[in-house]
Write a protein that binds this ligand. Structure first.
Ligand SMILES: *[C@@H]1O[C@H](CO)[C@@H](O)[C@H](O)[C@H]1NC(C)=O
Ligand SMILES: *[C@@H]1O[C@H](CO)[C@@H](O)[C@H](O)[C@H]1NC(C)=O
Ligand SMILES: *[C@@H]1O[C@H](CO)[C@@H](O)[C@H](O)[C@H]1NC(C)=O
Ligand SMILES: *[C@@H]1O[C@H](CO)[C@@H](O)[C@H](O)[C@H]1NC(C)=O
Ligand SMILES: *[C@@H]1O[C@H](CO)[C@@H](O)[C@H](O)[C@H]1NC(C)=O
Length: 443
């Protein structure tokens, strides 16, 4: 009997040891990460026919939208500029509209089952309304935001919030061409309720404006945020410690605590120590839609300052297509002239041209690099705005700003790889003082 008691004691001791060991090892390394599944994924639309000699590739925006819709259990909020998801909308007969059409029919299906809300810039003139009508008839709640009346701008934002948990933000419009014929870049963040709740506040502001048709000043407290450039949200994204916040424009739409989009661009530029890479469709140091004409060099000045004062390497990858305003080029040439290796001045500009077959040329407003991001050695900035004054002064847009400190595969290094892939590809051409734009841009 004594022997069996001793044996039992031994077993208990062994178990105790095991438990203690477990606990002590877990104090240095938790048995499970605190946020198991907070993930960020860069997503891209690569126009039909574009091929890169590069292993840099990301899931498609189409696939990410389909994923988000299949994750959705209770709600889906979409902030949007305009809707043309079908061939009918654009008067085309393109097989590549199939992805947009699939997104629309899936959205219509969801609209009958969950709370689907859409904030959209008030359609102007002959802008198609068929998609919105279909979604409304399917049970979605739609509000039009008359930014023209409110700020003389447009609602240019493009983002999704799913179940107050997952988000998408990026350059793609609710347009079939944004999935197969226009080059786009965005990000999806899964399982990040804090960030989703914060983006919801921006959505709620649009939703509010859709009803009130006037801008509150100040905004009620429920729209204010704790997360901004000075006190970002601290969260592990892909198991990497990250500092994250959302910026918004124009300033009149920013509730207390929100960093205006232009301030976030300045802050990202100021923090850069080695390089600033910018990929945007349009770059103009003007208020491009202002009459009479107005010069607006806020961003231009910051780029020149970073290059001159801190010897930061600056690269701009700008789009060139059928609808580019020719006035963009003298200003870009001016920036590109700030290049003198002897004096460590290093601003370079390249133009990205998406080639088109004769059939693709027939598609209106397609075959262009529509990206709107910036990456530095410190930060990734993924936005929805063209870079000219209007977009920061009176147009509604927003951006996701992320800084990760780990040396591992960070969002910054992924975004930098995208930039370098495009910069070094055959689709981009250096802009020099002698560049012949007619030849460069296939105009
Ligand atoms: C969200 O996290 C849960 C676990 O907490 C995981 O099962 C799920 O797959 C995650 N969702 C996504 C879309 O990553
Ligand atoms: C949306 O549907 C409702 C009926 O459910 C209708 O009264 C309203 O006019 C529709 N709105 C639009 C924009 O089609
Ligand atoms: C440019 O646009 C016009 C009208 O939008 C179109 O007729 C023409 O084919 C386009 N040219 C090219 C090179 O894409
Ligand atoms: C960006 O700028 C272009 C040219 O000024 C403008 O037509 C367009 O509306 C802006 N982007 C988008 C997605 O609308
Ligand atoms: C890819 O590499 C091939 C062979 O070097 C070259 O002919 C082609 O132009 C390259 N394409 C791009 C997009 O850089």
């Amino acid at each position: 009997a004594l022997a069996s008691v001793a044996a039992a004691l031994l077993v208990i001791l062994a178990l105790w040891n095991l438990l203690i060991l477990r606990t002590s090892s877990s104090s240095s390394r938790p048995p499970f990460p605190l946020f198991p599944a907070v993930r960020i994924v860069l997503v891209e639309s690569i126009p039909e026919g574009l091929e890169f000699n590069s292993s840099t590739a990301h899931p498609s925006i189409f696939q990410s939208w389909i994923n988000l819709m299949s994750e959705a259990r209770s709600s889906l909020d979409i902030a949007s500029f305009y809707w043309t998801l079908t061939n009918e909308d654009t008067g085309t007969r393109e097989p590549t509209a199939d992805q947009g059409e699939a997104v629309l029919s899936r959205l219509a299906e969801l609209s009958g089952k969950l709370a689907v809300r859409i904030a959209v810039n008030t359609p102007q003139g002959r802008q198609p309304r068929a998609d919105l009508r279909l979604l409304n008839d399917s049970g979605a709640h739609i509000r039009t935001v008359n930014m023209k009346e409110l700020t003389s701008g447009v609602l240019h934002t493009k983002f999704w919030v799913v179940d107050q948990k997952h988000i998408y933000i990026g350059s793609a419009n609710m347009d079939w061409r944004s999935l197969t014929q226009v080059k786009e870049l965005g990000a999806v963040v899964y399982n990040c309720s804090c960030l989703a709740a914060d983006l919801s506040k921006i959505f709620e502001a649009y939703w509010f404006l859709g009803e009130s048709q006037s801008i509150p000043s100040p905004w009620p407290k429920s729209f204010s945020t704790m997360y901004n450039k000075d006190t970002p949200l601290l969260v592990p994204l892909n198991n990497t410690p990250s500092r994250v916040y959302l910026s918004s424009s124009p300033p009149s739409l920013c509730a207390a605590g929100r960093t205006p989009d232009l301030q976030s661009i300045f802050s990202v530029m100021e923090d850069a120590e080695r390089f600033i890479y910018v990929a945007v469709m349009n770059y103009l140091p003007t208020m491009e839609f202002a009459h009479p004409k107005r010069y607006w060099a806020d961003i231009d000045t910051q780029l020149r300052r970073a290059a001159y004062e801190r010897r930061v390497r600056v690269r701009l990858l700008i789009s060139c297509w059928n609808n580019t305003q020719p006035v963009m080029f003298p200003f870009l040439k001016s920036l590109a002239s700030v290049y003198d290796p002897k004096n460590k001045l290093d601003i370079q500009v390249r133009l990205f041209v998406v080639p088109a077959t004769p059939e693709q040329r027939e598609i209106p407003f397609a075959r262009v690099n529509h990206n709107k991001y910036m990456v530095t050695d410190k930060t990734a900035y993924i936005g929805t705005s063209n870079w000219s004054g209007d977009y920061f002064v009176n147009t509604a847009g927003s951006a996701l700003v992320i800084s990760q400190t780990s040396a591992e595969s960070t969002v910054q290094s992924q975004l930098k790889a995208v930039f370098e892939r495009d910069w070094n590809s055959d689709y981009s051409v250096p802009l020099t003082q002698h560049s012949n734009l007619k030849d460069l841009c296939n105009l």
